[in-house]
Design a binder for this molecule. Structure first.
Ligand SMILES: [Zn+2]
Length: 331
């Protein structure tokens, strides 16, 4: 014999996903009433209905009315809220899809997914071996292990190794500018994943990721640091921790654009320092500096010097894009 449905507050066997919603409880209640009426056929036909002689069968609406006091107001509100939320998110997603189809960030053609379309993707030059083991500059042929590029020998940087995901050409430039100046933070996950793949070798040995900092005035006007956003994604991919504020700019520098190699180096000389409270964090660590673009390498070199002054064990560099003037022949 089934118990009276009003006595069944919780279904046997624990709550399922459907049970937790308001509609699930209505369904449960209907099942309970059906079972109870099956055990009390006289009541089900309405012949001996204690409440109403005119009722011949129990509809869902009738049952819900009678069961109403059993379902608490909080349960009803929770159920209704969940339905509204589901309808709301579905509707807003649909509205967004109709109003704002995702566009390729480089050519503005509609694209499935996010980032760049297939045509622009094919124009990106992903950097793969063979390349200079120090600077990561692509070689025209594979010289075998250990041979360096001419730049690495003529102007050895303070950092140990540099790696980049792509060459800094038109599409890469558009991506970098969108991330940096147009608040396209949605590009960071894709760009960060490409960087994590390109930098697998340096990330394997790393203890800490340090994003190149903006001066606070520039950070204020730009609202977020693109290198920090990329570092967060790379950290998720590699499991290497980010030390967000390990480096700081101790003086504002003019934009590097338009400066010669020499001017770039003197522009950023002494511009960075390890924060006082982070020196213990940096001491003896193998660090990977994260930035969006490597042009002459002057900024990254100045950052590496500051970290090495604070007794970092080793500093490597990982950027999204690097300028490659011409393909290098190894020396
Ligand atoms: Zn495109």
């Amino acid at each position: 014999m089934s118990p009276h449905p009003n006595e069944r507050r919780e279904p046997a066997g624990g709550a399922t996903e459907r049970d937790r919603t308001g509609w699930g409880r209505v369904w449960q209640s209907e099942q309970a009433w059906r079972r109870w009426y099956a055990d009390h056929p006289a009541l089900a036909t309405g012949k001996a209905d204690p409440l109403s002689g005119s009722r011949s069968s129990a509809s869902l609406a009738d049952m819900q009315t009678e069961i109403a006091p059993v379902i608490s107001i909080a349960d009803r509100l929770r159920g209704a809220w969940q339905v509204c939320r589901w309808l709301g998110t579905s509707a807003s997603r649909l509205a967004l899809d109709i109003a704002l189809p995702t566009l390729c960030v480089a050519c503005r053609e509609p694209v499935a997914g996010e980032g760049v379309c297939a045509a622009c993707w094919s124009q990106l030059s992903f950097i793969a071996p063979p390349y200079c083991p120090r600077l990561g500059i692509p070689f025209v042929y594979d010289p075998g292990p250990g041979l360096l590029s001419m730049q690495a020998i003529a102007n050895p940087p303070a950092f140990h190794r540099a790696r980049a995901a792509v060459r800094y050409d038109d599409v890469a430039k558009t991506l970098v500018h969108a991330l940096k100046y147009q608040d396209r933070t949605d590009l960071a996950p894709t760009m960060g994943r490409w960087m994590a793949r390109a930098g697998a070798e340096v990330l394997r040995d790393a203890d800490l990721l340090v994003p190149v900092p903006l001066h606070w005035r520039r950070a204020w006007s730009r609202r977020y640091n693109q290198s920090g956003a990329l570092a967060q994604i790379i950290s998720k991919q590699s499991g290497v921790r980010v030390a967000r504020d390990a480096l700081r700019r101790v003086r504002s520098t003019q934009q590097q654009i338009g400066l010669s190699r020499q001017e770039r180096a003197s522009n950023v000389q002494g511009a960075f320092a390890v924060s006082q409270d982070k020196t213990a964090d940096v001491h003896g660590r193998r660090i990977v500096l994260i930035d969006d673009v490597l042009t002459s390498g002057a900024t990254l070199d100045a950052c590496a010097r500051a970290l090495l002054r604070a007794k970092a064990a080793q500093v490597d560099v990982l950027v999204f894009a690097r300028v490659v003037e011409t393909l290098q022949a190894p020396i």
